[in-house]
Write a protein of this length. Structure first.
Length: 144
């Protein structure tokens, strides 16, 4: 009986472990040398659209993608009108990969991070150079 209860608890935790993200639509992402306001893409529909169709974003804004599990997500520039940098994070908010200057002209090219990620943020192109963002950096996230 105890084994069934433990198995049920593990299943419940695994199934609901990311439920805290379902009601979060925005927050602040803090890098070592700057902080930005982010919109949160926490559903497949929001992740699919991303920043597509927008004219641009400023250097203090971005879109944070939250994936259901650690994964190697595919990013492309469909419907994008401006270049971006994409920063990928593990579960502990450590940067694990960076794609710089991903331009609309690259479509239909797909970029997949080198390692699995739990989160990614799309920011203005050259953001990572300007603020010296690097693989291994740790960031913080505060929802609002």
């Amino acid at each position: 009986m105890a084994l069934i209860l433990i198995a049920g608890g593990v299943y419940y935790w695994w199934y609901n472990k990311d439920s805290e993200w379902k009601n979060i639509s925005a927050g602040t992402l803090t890098f070592p040398k700057t902080a930005i306001a982010v919109e949160v893409a926490n559903t497949s529909e929001l992740r699919k659209k991303g920043l597509g169709g927008r004219q641009g974003i400023d250097d203090k804004s971005g879109m944070l993608f939250i994936f259901d599990t650690l994964t190697k997500p595919d990013f492309w520039m469909k419907d994008m009108l401006f270049p971006i940098d994409i920063v990928f994070f593990d579960r502990n908010w450590n940067i694990v990969d960076i794609k710089e200057n991903f331009t609309p002209e690259t479509y239909p090219e797909i970029y997949t991070p080198k390692v699995k990620a739990k989160y990614a943020v799309e920011v203005q192109s050259s953001f990572t150079k300007r603020f010296e963002v690097a693989v291994g950096d740790h960031v913080g996230f505060e929802p609002y």
